[in-house]
Design a protein around this ligand. Sequence first.
Ligand code: KMH
Ligand code: ZN
Length: 322
Amino acid sequence: MAGIPDAVKESSLSNRKVIITCAVTGAIHTPSMSPHLPLSPAEIAASAVGAAESGAAILHLHARDPSDGRPTPDPDVFRQFLPVIKEQTDAVINVTTGGGHNMTIDDRLAGPLALQPEMCSLNMGSMNFGLYPILDKKLEWRHDWEPQYLENTRGGIFRNTFSDIEAILQRLGDGCGTRFEFECYDVGHLYNLAHFVDRGLAQPPFFVQTIFGILGGIGADIENLAHMRRIADRLFGDDYQWSILAAGRHQTNFVTTGAIMGGNVRVGLEDNLYLSKGVMAESNAQQVDKIRRLLEELSLEIATPAEVRDRLDLKGVANVKF
Ligand code: KMH
Ligand code: ZN
């Protein structure tokens, strides 16, 4: 286009591909909330593979107890589905270090340290994480543990102290070559990451997952999306890849707006059980298909796993322990 300087043409939308992460099951939703939430190792594997086939380049994974669907940190449960996913897709496998609300830090690190995936999540601050308002929906519970699990978040804390974060960076990052999805639920979490960068404990490129709409974190107001982006730009400059997720009904509008602003996107049943208003997602793939369609309508291309490995400087699938 004549008259438009190259720097402008190259800057924002046309020259980059969007990384789609799919968070397959998580530890927020419980079995009674959706019949489509993958719970068993076989269901998690199949749902993750479907999401990858639809275009997710990164699969963010939690494990659940095969007997009752409660979040579990047990490495042996992860071992029942990670190799299956690795065999059937080339997507980047990202294992949670956030775990679930019933776990200690040592529990949460057991799987990641044993399995040494290419990526793990790393939550950038301690916080309230309120799931108890879901109790107001008066669901019929399939398991007794479910309402108790939600109730416990009223007085519980999602612990991620400076010493916890430092230990994860050193033991998993330096020790295992794992790189991180830095989960930032509020502006202060961006500054916490910058603190570890200043101390030389985290190396670029940083994959910064900004999270909106968790009770205890920054709210799902679109002004906050612009603010998180502005502060991340100031703190990390060209050294980071920005990604966006938003809880529940905010998912599609936040990730689409974020992608237009230059970000990458995360979808999946961990973050939202619905496909559209009143319609439950029957699979993770449906959510990936939907965001892919929207992105392609906006002339945005989708990044492949190989491109993600290059952009995030990952160690490669040959160097994991599963
Ligand atoms: N389970 C929540 C406490 C992560 O995967 O690292 C938060 C969480 C984050 O799921
Ligand atoms: Zn998670």
